[in-house]
Ligand binder design. Structure first.
Ligand SMILES: [Zn+2]
Length: 372
């Protein structure tokens, strides 16, 4: 508490006597760097920083790749990782970017992490810290500093609660959403020029949105302020941005999403195998013409996974009427034998039809998850 209070006032004083806001593409001002450096020092006193080299290397490499495509690649950014299970990240004025370990555990690809980092770099590059203060009265600025301090890595519940209550004013919320969207748009633009897939920004946002609606509470926050993140709205804006840039939205390239896996299984003394998708059994296979069942299952799983990565849609899954064959977008995913069908007590045609509908259902559920 004591420590948190001390650095609120460093931030407050810095913001109160701060300079005019620089234009969008101007370099960090000396003032911004000073505020950032001082605040960073205070944050690091109260946080456990990660020293694991592999983690820091990953974050730094992704960070520097985004800096390379940022409005001013000569600007210096520092990336650090804070040991904290919250799904959070923030940027201080002057290019200090902090990522929580909780966020590293929540992203499902480097593309998603790059999306978060691009958003944070945008806050810094667009001088959002100072922009926020410019339109506020001095009293609001002091409050804002409290909010900023309370929002960042602060474990003290009383000050955290106060910060949240301040944020609950409509005025601050409205203001924050505007800047969040600005950072999303700028981040998306940058990442489109980087080596990362910009769809990662969207898939991460959509997952935050889902975990939020599941719990019914704002449990995850992203950005320089711990506010309600307005993810449905932001996800919609990102989808529109990707469409406008003619980027195909293939979520399977940036998420762990659904995958086919082959497993051995013994059915009535037969060394059989199954291909599972999303936990459910897609096909059950027997050995055939000298090929062990598991080998057949592996090649089916590979075919399915290739099709999934090519963005296979549920409407494209069919069971052929002529032969017990399951196809995706006209490509054969699995061909069933009489012995396969016997394992599940079905005719080959029925076994193929039920496999096709199993896969269709899985893809349909995935579609619903991502199109709320
Ligand atoms: Zn943000």
């Amino acid at each position: 508490m004591k420590q948190a209070r001390r650095w609120w006032w460093i931030v407050a004083a810095a913001l109160l006597f701060g300079p005019a806001v620089p234009s969008a593409h101007a370099k960090f001002s000396a003032e911004e760097i000073r505020i950032g450096t001082e605040t960073a020092k205070e944050i690091e006193k109260g946080s456990k920083l990660v020293t694991d080299e592999a983690i820091l290397k990953r974050v730094n490499e992704i960070g520097q790749e985004i800096v390379r495509v940022s409005p001013d690649p000569t600007e210096k950014y520092v990336f650090k990782v804070i040991e904290d299970k919250d799904i959070n990240a923030f940027a201080l004025p002057g290019g200090f970017v902090y990522i929580y370990t909780g966020l590293l555990n929540a992203v499902e690809s480097d593309d998603e992490l790059a999306g978060v980092i691009a958003h944070e770099i945008s806050h810094a590059a667009l001088h959002h810290g100072l922009k926020l203060t410019k339109r506020q009265k001095p009293w609001d600025i002091a409050q804002m500093a409290v909010v900023l301090a309370g929002a960042l890595a602060n474990k003290d519940t009383s000050s955290g609660a106060y910060a949240l209550s301040v944020l609950n004013t409509a005025k601050l919320n409205g203001y924050t959403v505007e800047l969040e969207k600005e950072a999303d748009a700028a981040g998306l633009k940058m990442i489109t020029q980087s080596k990362y897939n910009p769809v990662g920004m969207l898939t991460f946002m959509e997952r935050l949105d889902r975990s939020e609606s599941r719990t019914g509470a704002s449990v995850v926050e992203l950005g320089i302020f711990r506010t309600h993140p307005y993810t449905p709205d932001r996800a919609r804006a990102l989808r529109a941005g990707l469409n406008n840039a003619n980027i195909e939205i293939n979520r399977r390239l940036t998420t762990r999403s659904i995958q086919a896996i082959a497993e051995s299984v013994k059915i009535r003394d037969v060394e059989a195998a199954v291909v599972k998708i999303d936990g459910g059994v897609f096909v059950t296979l027997a050995p055939s013409e000298g090929a062990p069942a598991l080998e057949r299952a592996r090649s089916v799983a590979e075919a399915v996974n290739r099709s999934l990565l090519a963005n296979l849609r549920f409407q494209e899954v069919t069971a052929s009427a002529a032969a017990p064959v399951i196809q995706g977008r006209g490509i054969t995913l699995a061909e069933l034998t009489d012995a396969d069908a016997a394992l599940v007590n079905k005719t080959p045609a029925d076994a193929a039809r039920s496999a096709a509908s199993q896969l269709k259902d899985t893809l349909w559920r995935e579609y619903l998850r991502t199109h709320s």
